[in-house]
Design a protein around this ligand. Structure first.
Ligand SMILES: Cc1cc2nc3c(=O)[nH]c(=O)nc-3n(C[C@H](O)[C@H](O)[C@H](O)COP(=O)(O)O)c2cc1C
Ligand code: SF4
Length: 502
């Protein structure tokens, strides 16, 4: 299969186009307002008692900053250069192995780990063989939904030949997650190689990496790595000397959590107001610039070179149940050992909290764990023997999500956490659905009143009804995720919630 590089929109030297006024008004940080600011994300909320002054500073800021990817040092402020050291542990070595061994920021360093060997091998095979390996691996998306990667790749490959895109979702807005940040900053070629392999398999000639504004170093490192890969013949016309062209570009976001949602992200690259769009059509059929588009999370794509090298069957042997392979996790500052950990699916949440994280800092008592951001169910202490798996966590109302692990200790008030999450939810809503646009703000208000001793049982009932509306009438996972979070709180923490309502 030969994809051509004559795409009209490809202009490698182009600066990112200016935003039209009606588009700019959608974003929270259209002019880089995050610089030097304190973070208000959920990992920082959980750690606010470590530094109340920092938290107060974050709360007073406008625009707000939700997650700087510094959750290991929460409550965090700005991006620090050089970054503070972060513990990185990987036994399987599929996703975090190179970073645990010191990182591979340059092509020379990546080559020492066998970098671009998978691509070289793939170019000697047919695209169908690469696709079959990804299908056999049973790899599922690491961006939150756990959708089978092979099925998505097959859907794009099956579209008629023509312009197709590969897009890496590097928006990583889920508070508590800094996995993709480190993958991009310390192992950028693995993502690039994964994207080229994806382009080869599905017949795409152009890729974008959508990097959030709050990760300036990631964008810088990726641009340098793309230039190196191009100079080495791994990008551009006739990749590796074969009849296949592929080009790659970094697109920087403008500060909007909802732009991590796939339809919103694609509209953002197109320069449109990035409201979420109804599906179908799915991006696999009609995505970027109305062309078939393969959109995967960064970590999903970083798995691909290993799968091509070792075979899909070898990957599928790792993991358990319907969750195969490994998952990278990022632990927040409430743990004794915050950091990045690659684990095989099937480990228990207790193993993550106690063995990897070393329990809570200062001997804190675990009140709950959020895996995968604030728009997912919380795991109460009595359920921490649940195994890490998509179906297993969903069965208790939680999820694998993005893999950011935020622990809460006895300093967290659950009604305060509800107010925090719904304040975030209302602030980041794209505004398209009423329950999300207005309902999340109303739930925030109810909990503000409850914390002030001014809420009734009727307010709690209203909150329950709004949660049902959010669950049933939200177009995207932002609204349904907020509903899942609220359901888990109302279900697992009634003794903290009920007394706040007269
Ligand atoms: C509000 C919202 C925010 C999201 N943010 C991200 C994100 O930051 N990164 C990501 O990979 N996926 C995010 N997703 C999921 C994407 O829509 C999409 O499912 C995912 O990127 C697909 O890649 P995967 O199949 O490899 O997981 C978000 C979804 C929603 C609803
Ligand atoms: S649920 Fe919220 S974020 Fe998602 S489309 Fe509706 S209004 Fe937008």
């Amino acid at each position: 299969m030969h994809a051509t590089l004559t795409h009209p929109r490809v202009n490698l030297a182009r600066p990112q186009p200016a935003l039209a006024p009606d588009v700019e008004s959608f974003y929270h940080l259209p002019h880089g307002e995050h610089t030097g600011k304190a973070c208000q994300g959920t990992a920082c909320f959980a750690a606010k008692h470590f530094n109340p002054a920092r938290w107060a500073e974050a709360n007073a800021q406008n625009p707000r900053i939700y997650c700087l990817g510094e959750c290991f040092a929460a409550p965090a402020k700005g991006q620090t250069h050089p970054r503070p050291p972060v513990k990185v542990f990987s036994r399987e070595g599929i996703v975090l192995g190179r970073i645990a061994a010191g990182g591979a920021r340059t092509l020379a360093a990546y080559a020492k780990f066998g970098g671009y060997g998978a691509l070289q091998q793939a170019l000697g095979q047919t695209p169908e063989q690469v696709l079959a390996a990804v299908e056999a691996s049973q790899l599922r998306g690491r961006g939150g939904a756990g959708f089978p990667a092979g099925r998505k790749w097959r859907a794009v490959a099956s579209q008629p030949a023509g312009e197709k895109y590969v897009v890496a979702n590097a928006d990583e807005g889920d508070a508590g997650a800094y996995i993709d940040r480190y993958l991009m900053e310390d192992d950028p070629h693995a993502l690039i190689e994964g994207m080229i392999l994806a382009g080869y398999a599905v017949g795409a000639s152009k890729g974008y990496i959508y990097v959030r504004l709050e990760y300036p170093l990631a964008g810088e490192v990726l641009r340098a790595a793309i230039a190196e890969a191009r100079a080495a013949g791994w990008l551009g016309a006739r990749v590796g000397g074969k009849d296949f062209d592929f080009e790659l570009e970094v697109y920087t976001g403008h500060g909007s959590y909802v732009c991590g949602e796939e339809t919103s992200l694609l509209r953002s690259i197109e320069g449109k107001r990035p409201e979420v769009m109804a599906r179908p059509p799915y991006p696999t059929e009609r995505g970027l610039f109305d062309n078939p588009t393969l959109l995967n999370n960064v970590e999903t794509l970083v798995n691909v070179p290993w799968i091509v090298t070792h075979g899909g069957a070898a990957y599928a042997e790792i993991g358990f149940s319907k969750s195969r392979g490994t998952k990278a996790l990022s632990l927040n500052s409430l743990f004794n050992r915050p950091g990045l950990y690659e684990v095989e699916f099937g480990v228990t949440v207790r193993h993550i909290v106690e063995d990897l994280g070393g329990g809570l800092r200062g001997g804190g008592q675990l009140k709950g764990v959020l895996i995968g951001g604030p728009i997912i169910g919380i795991i109460p202490p009595h359920l921490i023997d649940t195994q890490l798996g998509f179906e297993e966590l969903a069965a208790i109302g939680a999820g694998v999500g993005h893999g950011g692990v935020v622990a809460f200790d006895e300093h967290t008030s659950i009604p305060d956490l509800m107010e925090h999450v719904f304040s975030f939810g209302a602030y980041e809503s794209c505004g398209k659905c009423t329950p999300c646009r207005s309902g999340s703000g109303r739930i925030e208000e109810i909990f503000t009143n409850a914390l002030g001793g001014d809420a009734t049982q009727a307010d709690l009932q209203e909150c329950r009804e709004l949660v049902v509306a959010l669950k049933l009438a939200s177009l995207c996972g932002h609204g349904t995720g907020l509903a899942r979070f609220a359901e888990s709180i109302l279900r697992y923490y009634p003794t903290e919630i009920e007394p706040c309502f007269k």
